[in-house]
Each structure stands twice: as C-alpha cells, then as structure tokens.
Design a protein. Structure first.
Length: 54
C-alpha cells in the first residue's frame, strides 16, 4: 500500500519524499487531535484507581 502511494505521487523523488512526509504528519495530527480523544470516551481502561480512597 505504501509503495503504491509513493509511486502514485507526482514529481521527482525529492518532491515525493517531502509530500509523503507531509501526508504522514497530517495523518498523525488528525489521529492525535480528533480520533484518539473521541475514541478514549469508549475505552474502559482510562479509569484510574491510583490515589482513590477505599
């Protein structure tokens, strides 16, 4: 899949490398800002019991 994306990008090699790094950074940004916070409300493992008094 990554090879297909890299071959499909237009331009010379240096432009494809820059474009693929920008695409990767955009994917990480979207995941960290929107997807993971939305998904954390459905994750039962985020409830911490450290520091709770019995």
């Amino acid at each position: 899949m990554y090879g297909w994306i890299f071959r499909t990008l237009p331009g010379p090699l240096w432009l494809r490398i820059i474009t693929s790094v920008l695409l990767l950074a955009a994917a990480v940004l979207v995941l960290m800002d929107y997807v993971f916070p939305w998904l954390s409300q459905y994750n039962p493992l985020t409830d911490s019991t450290i520091g709770s008094n019995p």
